[in-house]
Design a protein around this ligand. Structure first.
Ligand SMILES: Nc1ncnc2c1ncn2[C@@H]1O[C@H](COP(=O)(O)OP(=O)(O)O)[C@@H](O)[C@H]1O
Ligand SMILES: [Mg+2]
Length: 388
């Protein structure tokens, strides 16, 4: 279905003619997006899959169990989509050891985790910022903190022209709106998010993502912030109470199609096929999450029994075990900190978990030892190895 989704603004940059695209505000102009037939089916499937994920995440004694792992999984994969090389293991290892030096790739992922936590805490505070461009900018500031983002105007909507693909606007695949169009485009998006619309919220979250990527308001980090926006919208619209859906998994698996669908909205107004793609991605990622949650839950239940029965076990060992889902790698100082106990007691707890086959030492060194809950991390880290 062809629709006009925006207008082109022609200008000359460095002697070359460029066509920057200014999208019309949402909702899509022209024929309404009808949730019927295949689209209705995909929508129902996606909602059902999200429902199963919410139930799976709620079954465990602490929702934080899966929140810890799944937020990190999303952070790693969303960062990998545009080239970050850090793996989930790198991030978990960094969090366990807090080594002074931190590779820029790991920093990027940690920044994402920090940005998400910050935004959620603002939204939940009575006097915090609501979901708005101001908040999105504050998230961007956190995402871009440190080595790699410093020259990318952290927290600030761009004031210059950017482009996607190619090495200059003149040969780019796509040139987003000129900077002077951004305040308007972004305030329209913000108002549409807070206004009423008959389109179901899950579908709206997908439309908002496209619009955000088309506006491309920042010099860098648009992909990660735009995917974070989906996470926030699912919570904002009550579709999922905690950010346990790692949607980037499906975007990464189908990256060429992801980019192509974004382009086709702009070029042909093809919101329907974008929406179908988006809903399939939701179903795929949520279903993956349910499967991982079940396997992690079974593993924890089995291992907890083994720990409880083991002759070397102690009360602290069981307490430490129960903290592992949120701390799947530990060091002695970290265990000390978590258990708030003495060094010998923490040492014995680690030793008991090692002997029960739960933890294993991964450095092979005498000093600065790191203990990993390997079987747990193996499940969590599926599909997070870097592609290239
Ligand atoms: N053809 C396209 N049209 C619109 N958006 C696109 C297109 N291709 C890629 N994108 C979006 O742009 C993002 C990359 O922009 P960038 O600012 O570098 O974000 P990040 O640094 O977070 O990866 C991609 O992840 C994707 O969401
Ligand atoms: Mg980038």
């Amino acid at each position: 279905m062809a629709r006009i989704t925006g207008t082109y603004r022609t200008s000359v940059v460095g002697g070359e003619k460029i066509n920057a695209f200014v999208p019309h505000p949402l909702p899509p102009k022209g024929p309404a997006i009808l949730i019927k037939g295949e689209l209705a089916e995909l929508h129902a499937q996606a909602l059902a899959a999200i429902g199963r994920l919410a139930v799976a995440a709620d079954l465990v004694p602490s929702t934080n169990w899966f929140l810890y792992g799944f937020v990190r999984k999303e952070a790693v994969i969303s960062s990998q989509i545009e080239g970050t090389q850090a793996t989930l293991m790198d991030v978990v290892a960094y969090e366990a050891t807090r080594k002074a030096e931190r590779p820029a790739d790991v920093e990027e992922v940690c920044n994402y985790i920090d940005a998400l936590a910050f935004v959620r805490s603002e939204i939940s505070k009575p006097k915090g910022l609501p979901l708005s461009m101001r908040l999105i900018c504050a998230a961007h500031k956190r995402l871009m903190r440190g080595t790699r983002g410093a020259d990318k105007q952290p927290g600030t909507v761009r004031t210059t022209q950017n482009w996607i693909g190619g090495n200059r606007p003149g040969n780019a695949r796509f040139v987003p709106p000129p900077a002077n169009y951004l305040p308007d485009a972004l305030s329209h998006l913000e108002r549409w998010i807070h206004g009423a619309d008959p389109i179901p919220p899950l579908v709206r979250a997908g439309l908002a993502h496209v619009q955000f990527e088309t506006i491309h308001p920042f010099l860098d980090g648009n992909g990660r912030i735009g995917r974070l926006l989906i996470t926030l919208l699912l919570e904002h619209w009550g579709i999922l109470n905690t950010p346990v859906l790692y949607l980037s998994l499906a975007f990464k698996r189908h990256r060429p199609e992801y980019y192509e669908r974004l382009s086709k909205v702009r070029a042909n107004g093809d919101w329907e096929n974008w929406t179908k793609f988006f809903l399939r991605c939701v179903t795929e990622s949520a279903t993956d999450g349910v499967s991982a949650a079940k396997r992690l839950f079974d593993l924890i239940s089995r291992d907890r029994g083994a720990v409880a029965r083991h002759k070397a076990t102690t009360v602290s060992a069981i307490r430490l075990f129960d903290l592992l889902p949120e701390n799947p790698m530990v060091t002695l100082p970290r265990a000390l900190d978590l258990l708030k106990t003495t060094k010998p007691t923490a040492g014995k707890a680690i030793d008991a978990l090692r002997r029960a086959g739960v933890l294993s030492e991964i450095t092979g060194k005498k000093r600065g030892r790191v203990y990993a809950y390997r079987s747990y991390l193996k499940v969590l880290a599926e599909d997070t190895a870097t592609a290239e």
